[in-house]
Write a protein that binds this ligand. Structure first.
Ligand code: AMP
Ligand code: MG
Length: 477
């Protein structure tokens, strides 16, 4: 076990030099307090949780002290935002503090979000508000518990510093962890600025640090692209199966690791609505729930474009053509597991579509309906308005299950009781804004075990009350 002061750093990305990032010192928070921390994220760094006294913790993670071995850097990247290329983005309010190596030799980037202005802040203040930091923390820890790959979050701290958005709020910091913070937009930046030597260096760095096994391939860059693409499509299949909307699938928010990254106005569905748009600023619905697989594909095409100096265009096109079936197969596998259907049968496609249509027409709660079905609870029927159609579907569903009952036992382990609904996050945020952090901490603990009914926590498994149904979550964070 390691104490917080003794983390071992090896800052490989910083060593790439000033072409890739700029040294920036964090602007600390005033009077920082710890809002919430994740023991699981700490364990990934071998941190001794008992030794993490709140005061050192807050000092370090509010940017007031810095490890002598840390080398805070703002990374440069670009990206396609809502389909339009933005040539200059970068860490505008976050810093890569450094790379921590744990006892197993695994690397974890520590990234302090809300660390103050950087050369990439443009018009922004470099700050993050408490509300969005809590939202990112909760999602970062809730998604992995559902089996959805994601960046992690070690803690949130809040200070007294005022921050101005639609109203005055308080500055907070989130300590984010991921094995890499390289995004699709990093490759686009060096490609579109025609810095092909730097692009090559970035590719080699990514191969060495994230995809070392691809280096042995006859075409390492193609092998890496293939794996990024597979992971990304599989990640999105999990989003679709569990009703998660990312909300801002810009290429600068796409991780090269194929993990969920950069949480903004994300949402889990409440009632099933295939076309749900969770981002209040997304007027055209570009990032609507049911468009996510196609957008992931579009984003991978942007990444492919940036790799064209090293891989034949036709080869990349052929690779892109294989991706939607990868998503579809993974989605089918996940949904069939949720429904207790072993393997895949020709009629499954239609049967799944019928269930989703019944839910859509009834505005049924997505998670509750699926959980009730997994529990063989007759109240599943109450979720659907067209009862004869449901009875008909249920009959076919049970017949489908009985072909091979082997998948039925696993249903409870893949149909969550608890999901991070917007209204639950909102309740926790409102309490935290009054300096009561107990609700954020409670919600975080409940979401660590989403598949297990927890006695006394029934209120967290209910659909939203009226006020919490269509919360408008803006991009400003
Ligand atoms: P996001 O929508 O959070 O993915 O951010 C898009 C870009 O805007 C990134 O380059 C961010 O670093 C930058 N950005 C977002 N909010 C701020 C802020 N408050 N201050 C400075 N830069 C910001
Ligand atoms: Mg971003």
């Amino acid at each position: 076990m390691t104490s917080l002061a003794d983390l071992h750093f090896d800052n490989r990305f910083a060593r790439l030099g000033d072409t890739f990032s700029t040294r920036v010192v964090p602007e600390p928070l005033t009077n920082p307090r710890l809002v919430v921390s994740s023991a699981e994220a700490m364990a990934l760094l071998d941190l001794d949780t008992s030794a993490a006294q709140a005061d050192i913790f807050t000092e370090l993670f509010a940017g007031r002290q810095i490890w002598s071995a840390a080398e805070p850097r703002a990374m440069v990247y670009s990206g396609h935002q809502f389909g339009v290329y933005n040539p200059q983005l970068g860490d505008g309010r976050g810093l890569l503090l450094g790379e921590v190596v744990n006892a197993q030799g695994e690397y974890w980037d520590l990234h302090l979000k809300g660390a103050g202005s950087t050369p990439y802040s443009r018009m922004g203040d470099g700050r993050a508000v408490l509300r969005s930091s809590i939202r990112e923390f909760l999602a970062s820890e809730a998604l992995p518990a559902l089996g959805i790959p994601s960046s992690r979050a070690l803690c949130v701290t809040v200070g007294d510093d005022p921050v101005y958005r639609e109203r005055q709020e308080r500055a907070a910091m989130l300590l984010r962890m991921a094995p890499s913070h390289i995004r699709f937009g990093h490759f686009e930046y060096f490609y579109y600025t025609r810095q092909h030597d730097a692009l090559r260096q970035l590719i080699d760095f990514t191969l060495q640090t994230c995809y070392p096994h691809c280096q042995q391939d006859a075409e390492p860059v193609l092998a890496m692209f293939r794996e990024v693409a597979r992971r990304t499509m599989h990640m999105v299949a999990r989003w679709q199966a569990y009703g998660f909307c990312h909300g801002v699938m810009n290429t600068d928010n796409m991780s090269i690791l194929g993990i969920t990254f950069d949480f903004g106005p994300y949402a889990f569905l409440d009632d099933y609505d295939a076309g749900h748009i969770c981002n209040h600023s997304d007027h055209a619905g570009r990032y609507a729930f049911n468009r996510q697989p196609a957008i992931a594909h579009w984003n991978l095409a942007c990444l492919a474009q940036a790799l064209t100096p090293y891989v034949e265009v036709d080869t990349l096109k052929a690779e892109l053509a294989t991706l939607m079936p990868l998503h579809d197969a993974e989605y089918r596998r996940l949904m069939n597991a949720r429904l207790g259907w072993a393997g895949e049968q020709p009629e499954d496609e239609q049967l799944r579509a019928q269930l989703l249509q019944l839910m859509q027409d009834s505005a049924s709660d997505y998670h509750i309906t699926l959980r009730l079905l997994a529990e063989d609870d007759p109240r599943a029927r109450d979720q659907i308005i067209d009862r004869p159609a449901f009875d008909n579907w249920l009959h076919l569903h049970q017949a489908r299950q009985s072909i091979d009952t082997s998948a039925m036992a696993g249903r409870l382990a893949c149909n969550p009781v608890y999901v991070l609904r917007n209204y639950l996050a909102q309740q926790a945020i409102e309490a935290a804004e009054q300096n009561d952090f107990s609700e954020v901490r409670r919600l975080h603990q409940i979401l660590r075990h989403p598949f297990t009914a927890q006695p006394g926590q029934e209120a967290y498994a209910t659909p939203p009350p009226d006020w919490g149904r269509r919360l408008e979550i803006s991009c400003s964070s």
